[in-house]
Design a binder for this molecule. Structure first.
Ligand code: HEC
Length: 268
Protein backbone atom coordinates (compact mmCIF):
# COMPACT_ATOMS: atom_id res chain seq x y z
CA UNK A 1 0.00 0.00 0.00
CA UNK A 2 2.81 2.33 0.97
CA UNK A 3 4.56 1.55 -2.30
CA UNK A 4 1.48 2.47 -4.30
CA UNK A 5 1.15 5.73 -2.42
CA UNK A 6 4.77 6.70 -3.04
CA UNK A 7 4.49 5.69 -6.71
CA UNK A 8 1.43 7.92 -6.94
CA UNK A 9 3.34 10.79 -5.38
CA UNK A 10 6.26 10.27 -7.76
CA UNK A 11 3.95 10.32 -10.78
CA UNK A 12 2.24 13.45 -9.50
CA UNK A 13 5.60 15.21 -9.21
CA UNK A 14 6.58 14.05 -12.68
CA UNK A 15 3.38 15.51 -14.12
CA UNK A 16 3.77 18.74 -12.18
CA UNK A 17 7.31 19.07 -13.54
CA UNK A 18 6.19 18.43 -17.09
CA UNK A 19 3.35 20.92 -16.73
CA UNK A 20 5.78 23.58 -15.51
CA UNK A 21 8.16 22.89 -18.35
CA UNK A 22 5.29 23.13 -20.83
CA UNK A 23 4.00 26.33 -19.22
CA UNK A 24 7.50 27.73 -19.50
CA UNK A 25 7.03 30.63 -17.11
CA UNK A 26 9.72 30.91 -14.55
CA UNK A 27 12.25 32.74 -12.54
CA UNK A 28 15.94 31.97 -12.56
CA UNK A 29 17.75 32.92 -9.37
CA UNK A 30 21.44 33.57 -8.94
CA UNK A 31 22.87 31.15 -6.37
CA UNK A 32 23.66 33.04 -3.15
CA UNK A 33 27.43 33.02 -2.52
CA UNK A 34 27.15 32.40 1.23
CA UNK A 35 29.49 30.47 3.50
CA UNK A 36 27.95 29.53 6.81
CA UNK A 37 31.19 28.94 8.65
CA UNK A 38 32.73 32.25 7.55
CA UNK A 39 32.56 34.08 10.89
CA UNK A 40 33.74 37.42 9.51
CA UNK A 41 30.99 37.38 6.90
CA UNK A 42 28.43 36.62 9.63
CA UNK A 43 29.71 39.52 11.71
CA UNK A 44 29.48 41.92 8.79
CA UNK A 45 26.01 40.54 8.06
CA UNK A 46 24.91 41.18 11.66
CA UNK A 47 26.07 44.78 11.34
CA UNK A 48 24.23 45.22 8.03
CA UNK A 49 21.11 43.66 9.51
CA UNK A 50 20.86 45.81 12.65
CA UNK A 51 21.70 48.96 10.72
CA UNK A 52 19.29 48.56 7.84
CA UNK A 53 16.49 46.22 8.84
CA UNK A 54 15.59 46.58 12.51
CA UNK A 55 13.92 49.97 11.94
CA UNK A 56 11.00 48.14 10.44
CA UNK A 57 11.46 44.42 11.13
CA UNK A 58 12.02 42.49 14.34
CA UNK A 59 13.93 39.27 14.91
CA UNK A 60 12.23 38.36 18.13
CA UNK A 61 13.69 34.88 18.48
CA UNK A 62 17.22 36.24 18.59
CA UNK A 63 18.91 37.62 21.69
CA UNK A 64 21.74 40.08 21.20
CA UNK A 65 23.93 38.16 23.65
CA UNK A 66 23.70 35.09 21.44
CA UNK A 67 25.85 36.92 18.88
CA UNK A 68 28.83 35.85 20.97
CA UNK A 69 28.32 32.61 18.99
CA UNK A 70 29.69 34.30 15.89
CA UNK A 71 32.80 35.52 17.68
CA UNK A 72 31.66 38.93 18.93
CA UNK A 73 32.39 40.05 22.47
CA UNK A 74 29.68 41.49 24.73
CA UNK A 75 31.34 44.92 24.42
CA UNK A 76 31.43 44.80 20.65
CA UNK A 77 27.76 43.86 20.58
CA UNK A 78 26.84 46.65 22.98
CA UNK A 79 28.90 49.32 21.22
CA UNK A 80 28.29 48.50 17.60
CA UNK A 81 25.07 46.62 17.24
CA UNK A 82 22.70 47.87 19.90
CA UNK A 83 20.95 51.18 19.58
CA UNK A 84 18.63 52.67 22.17
CA UNK A 85 18.15 51.14 25.55
CA UNK A 86 18.12 47.46 24.73
CA UNK A 87 19.69 45.23 27.34
CA UNK A 88 22.12 42.66 26.02
CA UNK A 89 19.81 39.85 27.12
CA UNK A 90 16.88 41.25 25.18
CA UNK A 91 15.63 40.07 21.82
CA UNK A 92 15.94 42.02 18.58
CA UNK A 93 12.76 44.01 18.64
CA UNK A 94 11.61 46.61 16.20
CA UNK A 95 12.08 50.35 16.57
CA UNK A 96 8.82 51.23 14.85
CA UNK A 97 5.45 50.72 16.59
CA UNK A 98 3.31 48.09 14.86
CA UNK A 99 0.38 50.43 14.09
CA UNK A 100 2.66 52.99 12.48
CA UNK A 101 4.27 50.35 10.28
CA UNK A 102 0.88 49.02 9.28
CA UNK A 103 -0.41 52.45 8.34
CA UNK A 104 2.79 53.43 6.54
CA UNK A 105 3.14 50.32 4.39
CA UNK A 106 -0.35 48.82 4.43
CA UNK A 107 1.22 45.52 5.55
CA UNK A 108 3.12 44.62 8.69
CA UNK A 109 6.83 44.07 8.03
CA UNK A 110 7.13 40.38 9.05
CA UNK A 111 9.43 39.14 11.80
CA UNK A 112 12.68 38.04 10.17
CA UNK A 113 13.88 35.42 12.70
CA UNK A 114 13.16 32.42 10.51
CA UNK A 115 12.64 34.13 7.16
CA UNK A 116 15.66 32.37 5.63
CA UNK A 117 14.03 29.03 6.32
CA UNK A 118 10.79 30.16 4.73
CA UNK A 119 12.31 31.60 1.57
CA UNK A 120 15.80 30.11 1.35
CA UNK A 121 19.09 31.96 0.89
CA UNK A 122 18.93 32.15 -2.90
CA UNK A 123 15.53 33.78 -2.84
CA UNK A 124 16.66 36.36 -0.25
CA UNK A 125 19.87 37.14 -2.14
CA UNK A 126 17.99 37.75 -5.37
CA UNK A 127 15.27 39.69 -3.59
CA UNK A 128 17.83 42.35 -2.66
CA UNK A 129 19.30 42.40 -6.16
CA UNK A 130 15.98 42.81 -7.90
CA UNK A 131 14.41 45.98 -6.59
CA UNK A 132 13.65 48.44 -9.37
CA UNK A 133 12.09 51.88 -9.71
CA UNK A 134 8.35 51.81 -10.37
CA UNK A 135 6.38 55.05 -10.44
CA UNK A 136 3.11 53.13 -10.31
CA UNK A 137 3.76 51.67 -6.86
CA UNK A 138 3.07 53.39 -3.52
CA UNK A 139 6.68 53.18 -2.32
CA UNK A 140 8.17 54.01 -5.72
CA UNK A 141 9.78 50.55 -5.83
CA UNK A 142 8.89 47.16 -7.15
CA UNK A 143 10.64 43.81 -7.15
CA UNK A 144 11.16 41.15 -9.77
CA UNK A 145 11.29 38.29 -7.26
CA UNK A 146 8.42 39.58 -5.09
CA UNK A 147 6.09 41.45 -7.49
CA UNK A 148 4.27 44.46 -5.97
CA UNK A 149 6.11 44.13 -2.68
CA UNK A 150 5.09 46.59 0.03
CA UNK A 151 8.67 47.12 1.20
CA UNK A 152 10.61 50.12 -0.08
CA UNK A 153 14.17 49.37 -1.25
CA UNK A 154 15.92 49.83 2.10
CA UNK A 155 19.39 49.55 0.58
CA UNK A 156 19.02 51.77 -2.46
CA UNK A 157 21.54 54.35 -1.31
CA UNK A 158 24.16 51.59 -1.46
CA UNK A 159 23.03 49.84 -4.64
CA UNK A 160 21.77 52.81 -6.59
CA UNK A 161 18.46 52.65 -8.42
CA UNK A 162 17.82 49.91 -10.95
CA UNK A 163 15.28 49.86 -13.72
CA UNK A 164 13.27 47.08 -15.25
CA UNK A 165 14.36 45.85 -18.68
CA UNK A 166 11.56 44.07 -20.56
CA UNK A 167 11.88 42.38 -23.92
CA UNK A 168 8.89 40.94 -25.74
CA UNK A 169 9.04 37.78 -27.88
CA UNK A 170 6.53 36.11 -30.18
CA UNK A 171 7.17 32.60 -28.99
CA UNK A 172 8.37 30.78 -25.97
CA UNK A 173 11.42 29.28 -27.62
CA UNK A 174 12.91 32.65 -28.52
CA UNK A 175 12.11 34.01 -25.07
CA UNK A 176 13.86 31.08 -23.40
CA UNK A 177 16.91 31.49 -25.63
CA UNK A 178 17.08 35.18 -24.72
CA UNK A 179 16.70 34.35 -21.02
CA UNK A 180 19.55 31.87 -21.19
CA UNK A 181 21.76 34.48 -22.83
CA UNK A 182 21.17 36.84 -19.90
CA UNK A 183 23.54 36.15 -17.06
CA UNK A 184 22.01 36.24 -13.59
CA UNK A 185 18.51 36.93 -12.44
CA UNK A 186 15.83 36.73 -15.12
CA UNK A 187 12.11 36.14 -15.31
CA UNK A 188 10.06 34.70 -18.20
CA UNK A 189 6.29 35.22 -18.17
CA UNK A 190 3.46 34.76 -20.66
CA UNK A 191 1.81 37.98 -21.85
CA UNK A 192 -1.56 38.57 -23.54
CA UNK A 193 -1.73 37.66 -27.23
CA UNK A 194 0.49 34.61 -26.92
CA UNK A 195 3.56 36.76 -26.42
CA UNK A 196 6.33 36.16 -23.88
CA UNK A 197 8.10 38.67 -21.71
CA UNK A 198 11.70 38.35 -20.58
CA UNK A 199 12.43 40.67 -17.70
CA UNK A 200 15.55 41.53 -15.77
CA UNK A 201 16.89 44.58 -13.92
CA UNK A 202 19.77 46.86 -14.87
CA UNK A 203 21.57 49.64 -13.02
CA UNK A 204 20.42 53.15 -13.88
CA UNK A 205 23.54 55.18 -14.67
CA UNK A 206 21.67 58.37 -13.70
CA UNK A 207 21.21 57.17 -10.08
CA UNK A 208 24.36 55.37 -8.92
CA UNK A 209 24.77 54.12 -5.35
CA UNK A 210 27.67 54.54 -2.94
CA UNK A 211 28.83 50.99 -3.71
CA UNK A 212 29.85 49.30 -6.93
CA UNK A 213 27.73 46.34 -8.04
CA UNK A 214 30.42 43.92 -6.81
CA UNK A 215 30.60 45.59 -3.38
CA UNK A 216 26.83 45.63 -3.11
CA UNK A 217 26.56 41.94 -3.98
CA UNK A 218 29.11 41.15 -1.26
CA UNK A 219 27.16 43.29 1.20
CA UNK A 220 23.95 41.41 0.40
CA UNK A 221 25.72 38.03 0.58
CA UNK A 222 26.90 38.86 4.13
CA UNK A 223 23.40 39.99 5.05
CA UNK A 224 21.82 36.80 3.71
CA UNK A 225 24.49 34.67 5.37
CA UNK A 226 23.55 36.27 8.68
CA UNK A 227 19.82 35.77 8.07
CA UNK A 228 20.50 32.12 7.33
CA UNK A 229 22.42 31.85 10.62
CA UNK A 230 19.60 33.70 12.40
CA UNK A 231 17.07 31.13 11.21
CA UNK A 232 19.04 28.29 12.74
CA UNK A 233 21.83 29.48 15.05
CA UNK A 234 22.82 26.04 16.32
CA UNK A 235 23.47 24.69 12.83
CA UNK A 236 27.07 25.92 12.82
CA UNK A 237 27.70 24.04 16.07
CA UNK A 238 26.13 20.96 14.55
CA UNK A 239 28.39 21.16 11.50
CA UNK A 240 31.56 21.51 13.62
CA UNK A 241 30.41 18.72 15.93
CA UNK A 242 29.71 16.53 12.91
CA UNK A 243 33.24 17.07 11.60
CA UNK A 244 34.72 16.08 14.99
CA UNK A 245 32.53 12.98 15.16
CA UNK A 246 33.57 11.90 11.66
CA UNK A 247 37.26 12.38 12.50
CA UNK A 248 36.76 10.37 15.68
CA UNK A 249 35.05 7.56 13.77
CA UNK A 250 37.86 7.63 11.21
CA UNK A 251 40.53 7.15 13.86
CA UNK A 252 38.44 4.52 15.62
CA UNK A 253 38.05 2.66 12.33
CA UNK A 254 41.84 2.41 11.91
CA UNK A 255 42.17 0.81 15.34
CA UNK A 256 39.19 -1.52 14.94
CA UNK A 257 40.47 -2.64 11.55
CA UNK A 258 43.92 -3.37 13.00
CA UNK A 259 42.25 -5.36 15.77
CA UNK A 260 40.16 -7.32 13.27
CA UNK A 261 43.24 -8.22 11.26
CA UNK A 262 45.02 -9.36 14.35
CA UNK A 263 42.06 -11.55 15.43
CA UNK A 264 41.65 -13.17 12.03
CA UNK A 265 45.38 -13.68 11.45
CA UNK A 266 45.30 -17.23 12.82
CA UNK A 267 42.06 -18.21 11.05
CA UNK A 268 43.21 -17.43 7.47
C1 HEC B 1 11.06 50.98 5.68
C2 HEC B 1 10.71 49.77 6.36
C3 HEC B 1 11.49 48.51 5.98
C4 HEC B 1 12.85 48.33 6.04
C5 HEC B 1 13.91 49.34 6.45
C6 HEC B 1 13.08 46.96 5.66
N1 HEC B 1 11.89 46.34 5.35
FE1 HEC B 1 11.67 44.42 4.76
N2 HEC B 1 9.68 44.70 4.54
C7 HEC B 1 8.99 45.85 4.87
C8 HEC B 1 7.56 45.65 4.61
C9 HEC B 1 6.46 46.67 4.85
C10 HEC B 1 7.43 44.33 4.11
C11 HEC B 1 6.15 43.60 3.69
C12 HEC B 1 6.05 43.62 2.21
C13 HEC B 1 4.86 42.88 1.67
O1 HEC B 1 4.44 41.87 2.25
O2 HEC B 1 4.38 43.29 0.62
C14 HEC B 1 8.78 43.77 4.06
C15 HEC B 1 9.09 42.51 3.57
C16 HEC B 1 10.34 41.91 3.66
C17 HEC B 1 10.64 40.57 3.22
C18 HEC B 1 9.70 39.62 2.52
C19 HEC B 1 8.93 38.87 3.50
C20 HEC B 1 8.23 37.71 2.85
O3 HEC B 1 7.01 37.78 2.71
O4 HEC B 1 8.92 36.77 2.49
C21 HEC B 1 11.94 40.34 3.53
C22 HEC B 1 12.73 39.07 3.28
C23 HEC B 1 12.46 41.54 4.13
N3 HEC B 1 11.46 42.49 4.19
C24 HEC B 1 13.75 41.69 4.55
C25 HEC B 1 14.30 42.90 4.95
C26 HEC B 1 15.70 43.07 5.29
C27 HEC B 1 16.74 41.97 5.34
C28 HEC B 1 15.88 44.38 5.54
C29 HEC B 1 17.18 45.09 5.85
C30 HEC B 1 18.13 45.15 4.76
C31 HEC B 1 14.58 45.04 5.40
N4 HEC B 1 13.65 44.10 5.04
C32 HEC B 1 14.35 46.39 5.62
C33 HEC B 1 9.53 47.01 5.38
C34 HEC B 1 10.88 47.25 5.55
Amino acid sequence: MKKIASLGAALLFAFAGAAMAAGGAGLRLEPAPVHRLDVESLQRGARNFVNYCLNCHSAKFMRYERLTDIGLTADQIRDNLMFGTDKIGSTMTVAMPAELAKSAFGVMPPDLSVQARVRGSDWLYNYFLSFYRDDQSVTGWNNLVFPNVGMPHALWELSGAHRLVTTEFDDHEKATAAAIAIKGLVRVDPAPGGKWLVRTVAADPAAPGTMTQVQYEAFVADLVNFMDYLAEPVRNKRISLGIVVLLYLGVLFAFVYALKRSYWKDVH
